[in-house]
Design a protein around this ligand. Structure first.
Ligand code: 5GP
Ligand code: MN
Length: 343
């Protein structure tokens, strides 16, 4: 059996969960497939174990994940503020999934910091910050959903992974690896996929639910971004796309519409670093991706108040869009050697 997770962590996890009365599960802000998959996958397992459990999200998650079983039970802090806070007051165990710094839960961070019960982190990002009673952090695992599966297996809880849990876990594994196209070379990943298929996962349907349900506006926004807005700086093996609020409005932007867009410039031959800048109400949000050894986690931490993984990270700045892009471009010469040597 897979020995990745320390035995004592597995035992502590079981002891906390078994002794817990009510469990609140929290993913990061703007939850993606891996965050929602981890939260709902764990929720189903807890419910199967006979536990009282709730998922509270800091804000809403995209339509292409709403088909997941249990979505309608998720409490959205932005929309159901009081209900969310009462769940935190009533719960004695909190499990944060797919993030490792309470600031990444944005509006919920006060509730997380003030939580009086026992706290568990299940995460796969480097350099955990949040102080939790139990930290289950393995950055070498490509998706948090895969880590969750490995944990349930080690803890002898596989019998509680029912079909809805398996579908949630599969969804996170699929989305966090770009449909198994990066960080997806570990044979163990496919043993887990096989186990999930045995649990009744319909891989083709999930693939269609997530990737074949784009609105016309979303496709046209992708077209506009690539045709009009992608800038390729071959001398730095870098490309970027910037989208203003007006442009997003023009394409009737909905949460999740830019999911995956940042990956397109990396498909240009020779490009190893790319950034998507998106104008928000009071800041510009960055999504950063790279190939090879060039660490966007480090780049985002150094300059854009962010972080993430070596090849996928995020950040933000209070500069306006023009200045943000200008600041970014003037940083590139400092990274020239690293960019030219990446891979
Ligand atoms: P995305 O670009 O898809 O929003 O995020 C890529 C990765 O970076 C994810 O693993 C996400 O958790 C992380 N990330 C995104 N934004 C931030 C941020 O503002 N701060 C930190 N520390 N990580 C981020
Ligand atoms: Mn993830």
């Amino acid at each position: 059996m897979d020995k990745l997770i320390d035995e004592n962590k597995v035992e502590e996890f079981l002891s906390i969960v078994n002794n817990g009365r009510q469990i609140v599960i929290v993913p990061h802000v703007n939850p993606d497939g891996d965050a929602i998959g981890s939260a709902l996958g764990l929720w189903h397992v807890m419910v199967q174990m006979g536990k009282q459990a709730n998922v509270v999200v800091p804000n809403s998650f995209p339509d292409f994940l709403q088909w997941l079983n249990g979505s309608n039970k998720v409490i959205d802090f932005e929309k159901q503020n009081e209900k969310a806070l009462s769940v935190f007051r009533e719960s004695d165990v909190m499990i944060v999934v797919d993030f490792n710094d309470f600031d990444r839960s944005e509006g919920l961070s006060d509730a997380l910091n003030a939580f009086a019960g026992t706290t568990i982190m299940i995460d796969h990002h480097p350099e955990p910050v949040a102080k939790c009673n139990l930290v289950i952090s393995y950055p070498q695992v490509s998706s948090n959903c895969e880590l969750l599966f490995r944990l349930t297996e080690r803890a002898g809880l596989l019998k509680f992974v029912n079909q809805p849990a398996a579908e949630a876990i599969f969804t996170g594994m699929m989305t966090d690896t770009g449909n198994f196209s990066y960080n997806a070379s570990d044979p163990e990943t496919y043993s887990i996929i096989a186990a999930l298929l045995e649990k009744g996962v319909d891989k083709d349907t999930i693939n269609a639910n997530v990737y074949h349900t784009f609105s016309e506006d979303r496709w046209r926004l992708i077209g506009h971004s690539l045709k009009e807005k992608m800038v390729v700086l071959h001398e730095y093996r870098t490309a970027y796309i910037s989208l203003t609020k007006d442009e997003l409005k023009q394409f009737n932007f909905q949460p999740g519409d830019t999911e995956g867009l940042v990956n397109y410039p990396l498909m240009v031959k020779g490009i190893v670093f790319c950034v998507l800048f998106m104008e928000k109400d009071d800041h510009v949000k960055l999504s950063l991706r790279s190939k090879g050894s060039f660490s966007v986690n480090q780049f985002a931490r150094n300059h854009f108040d962010g972080g993430g993984h070596c090849n996928a990270a995020g950040g933000k700045t209070k500069l306006d869009m023009n200045d943000a892009v200008g600041f970014f471009k003037q940083l590139l010469p400092n990274y020239e050697a690293k960019l030219l040597n990446s891979i």
